[in-house]
Design a protein around this ligand. Structure first.
Ligand code: F6R
Length: 256
């Protein structure tokens, strides 16, 4: 595992974007697994800049997002602040700023009428694309990757997951509160790639920022491998895994 500490969020984001950009240049039709949340915003903005200023070409790139809240999907008729779907997030933060083809950018469909069946189809779509070349990950305050909450099996695949209170609270503070949505109205379930789905990627790139993540990332990288912290599964990853942290997030690591 490669662990890299950068001075701040901006430097972390630039390096993460350069890892992704290198892959896109090397393999123009690569398959990227993408994440949402506060952490990757800087990375996406840097990728958009590389597209705009240096012509980084996404025309053949395919993407699959980790997760989406159940019961919502992108609704372009809603005012921006009201639509908290991850599809909308991806559109705003990345897809509309690069030349990716709409048909190649996949976010789990939160309004699927038969979500269990849809989850199997999502797995098949990833497999049919040839699997994920790189999966970008953040880490949740409870140690989740994707929305694989504590206790999720390492054999889990794409499925509907109940969000635990910590995830609901964190997402409320980061996004929903600003949108004027009450905690009671927030989605309590999500479609998420499973731990096994994520671990089948050819490479992993985790980004971690801020003092608020220092304890949980220390446990995930240096503590026991446990389903109570699903991010700890990356310790068992056999191929290329890079973790980029900013200084505050890395401040509790002992083995640097
Ligand atoms: C999002 C996702 C989550 C986030 C995690 C960290 O698609 O899969 O696991 O990566 O909750 O979120 P932020 O970056 O908002 O701290």
């Amino acid at each position: 595992m490669k662990i890299i500490v950068k001075d701040n969020y901006s430097e972390m984001s630039k390096l993460a974007a350069s890892v992704i950009a290198d892959l896109v240049r090397k393999k123009p039709d690569c398959v990227l697994g993408l994440a949402t949340g506060a952490t990757p915003i800087g990375t996406y903005h840097e990728l958009a800049r590389l597209h705009r200023e240096e012509g980084l070409d996404f025309s053949k790139v395919r993407t699959f997002n980790l997760d989406e809240y159940l019961g919502i999907s992108m609704d372009l008729t809603l005012p921006y602040e009201m639509d908290q779907s991850y599809a909308r997030f991806m559109h705003e933060e990345l897809f509309k700023k690069i030349n990716i083809k709409k048909k190649n950018a996949h976010v789990p469909y939160g309004l699927a009428t038969d979500p269990d069946k849809y989850c199997k189809e999502y797995e098949k779509m990833i497999a049919d694309a040839g699997g994920l070349d790189l999966q970008l990950l953040g880490i949740g305050g409870d140690g989740h990757i994707g929305f694989n909450e504590p206790g999720s099996s390492f054999d889990s695949r794409t499925r509907v997951e109940h969000l635990n209170q910590k995830s609901i609270d964190d997402n409320y503070e980061a996004f929903y509160k600003k949108a004027g949505v009450s905690k009671e109205e927030m989605p309590k379930k999500a479609i998420t790639m499973g731990v096994a789905t994520i671990m089948e990627a050819k490479s992993l790139l985790m980004i971690v920022s801020g003092i608020g993540k220092a304890d949980i990332i220390q446990k995930a990288l240096e503590g026991p491998v446990t389903t109570q912290i699903t991010a700890s599964a990356i310790q068992t990853f056999k191929r290329d895994v890079t973790v980029i942290l900013d200084k505050p997030a890395a401040s509790k690591l002992k083995k640097l």
